[in-house]
Write a protein that binds this ligand. Sequence first.
Ligand SMILES: Cc1cc2nc3c(=O)[nH]c(=O)nc-3n(C[C@H](O)[C@H](O)[C@H](O)COP(=O)(O)O)c2cc1C
Ligand code: SF4
Length: 441
Amino acid sequence: MNKISGDRTLLTADIPMSEFNSIAVLSIDEYISKGGYKGLSKAIRELKPADIINEVKKSGLRGRGGAGFLTGKKWEIVDSSTGDKKYVCCNASEGEPNTFKDRSLIRSNPHQLIEGIAIASYSVGANDAYIYINEKYTEEAAILEKGLIDAKGKGYLGEKILGGKFSLNIGIKKCPDKYVAGEETAMMEIIEGWSAKPRQKPPFYPASRGIHGNPTLVNNTETFSNLPHIIVKGSEWFLNIGSPKSPGTMIFTLSGDVKRPGVYELPMGTPLRKIIYECGKGMKDRMVFKAAFPGGPSNSPVTEAQLDTSLDFDSLREIGTGLGSATVIVLGDSTCIVNTVLKFSKFFMEESCGQCPPCQMGTVKLFKLIKKVEDGNGRINDLKDIEDTCTLLKNQFVYCHLLIGATLSVEGAVKNFRSEFETHINEKRCIYKNEDILATI
Ligand SMILES: Cc1cc2nc3c(=O)[nH]c(=O)nc-3n(C[C@H](O)[C@H](O)[C@H](O)COP(=O)(O)O)c2cc1C
Ligand code: SF4
């Protein structure tokens, strides 16, 4: 088991997933005994699809896969789009380094996810759904396979669910362990039998034109896992947790130079300081806090002065960074931030699918410039070159967000930690430690 994904710690009592917290996989009987599948039963027996979409809209639930798009709004688009049929896809690709929340959710409670997918499928009128899962998540795929069989055995999946008219088949689709495979249109390509290459957009997005040109709802594993709770307890209950514009909780993957890395579910808006010093038990090896990437390698790092910022979509955007999928990477004073963004840029360079020339060439250029500085061969003009390259790349038309993500952490590091880049140039070497910050599956 990976050192980061080993722990799953839930701190607050009244938060959606904590009721079902379990280190061992929760069986279907255990799940039902804790109130599981009541949301699906209520949805099918008591509610119309439009009522559910309305409730999800009222809850303010935002997607947990990175962009924070309003879930109810997306469902409404799928619901109102026409096609031969509709599909629902659960994104469990999780190819971003240091992110292990979806794996943790599947490992502890696969039925919560299956129930969430079934509620979503009923609401948008889909009879076919996929769980799109990273090929390296073999244990989790096996857990889900068993979960699907057990759910079907109890009448929660398959033909005429719970004696009603609604039928649903959920299949498991394994995807390559590539970051870009998690992009939703690359997912469509894989499901249709092609390779992991994002599609051009606009004009078409999956919600109106996805798998085989049909309306397709794509949500993240964590997004779906919230749904049974919202349907049973209502949108008001959900709105009382978290921040006004980012209600609910978020599952954070905490890694880097903290004493206790792990996966933590906390209310949205929890201060960054709290997750580092309470959940993570503070800095390891007597280090002093230097920087944190609150939204993983695709977002700008924050400084010590920003430690009290609330971890939610809007508060982080206000200070020039983002929440992404809540991958919090912490750096102590002796860890090199230049080397850290060098590793990030190597990752993006290797993960670029190569379809868009600005991405293919730009990620290589950024990597080479940062490597020059890290190796002690940089000149002060190189910092301007890095900044100009980031500005230029951010304004290019490309098929997906990978390129912008690749520029944000670099640009933010140069802006907020410029003196460290200058030290490399002046000293003609790196005087910091090169910790192995990146953890992949
Ligand atoms: C390069 C790239 C990789 C992505 N990887 C993931 C991923 O692993 N899991 C995920 O849920 N979303 C990922 N996304 C976002 C998806 O395209 C999509 O927005 C998301 O699955 C929608 O779910 P949500 O609305 O519940 O957040 C990625 C996006 C990009 C550009
Ligand atoms: S931006 Fe990069 S990763 Fe995304 S489609 Fe273009 S080349 Fe591929």
